[in-house]
Ligand binder design. Sequence first.
Ligand SMILES: [Zn+2]
Ligand SMILES: [Zn+2]
Length: 138
Amino acid sequence: MSISLEGGCACGQIRYECTAEPIFTAHCHCRDCQQASGGAMATVSGVPSAAFRVTKGAPKSFRYAGSSGKGLDRNFCPNCGSRLFTNNAGALPDVTFINVGSLDNPSQVTPSMHIFMASAQSWDKPADGLPQFPGMPG
Ligand SMILES: [Zn+2]
Ligand SMILES: [Zn+2]
C-alpha cells in the first residue's frame, strides 16, 4: 500500500515527504527524546530511508550517541528549532525516524507501542494499554 506523508517545521523553511507506509510508530521515552522535546517522550514513525526525502530547505543535524553506543543524526530546523526526524542511525541505518508532530496530519499514523521505557521518568506511566518495551524491540 502506498501512502504519502508530508510534513515540515513550524516556520515553513523545511519540508519533507515520505512515500512508504511506516514500519512502526512508537512513543519513545529515551533520554534524547526527553531532552530534545523538553517533555516526557517523543512520538516517532520509523520509515524506510529510501522512501524519505527533504523537499525544501536544509535541516541542521546534531549527532549524538544512542543507547547502543552508535551515533544518530537528530535533524531540526535551524530557524525555528522544530525537531523533524532522526537518521543515519548506526544501529538501524536504513530507517528514518520521523517526529510525528511535524507531520501535516499526525493522525495519519497510529502509535502501537512504547519504547525505551527503561529511561522513562518515574512519573511517566502510560496507561493506554499499548505494549511497553525497555529499549528497542527486536
Ligand atoms: Zn522552521
Ligand atoms: Zn527516543
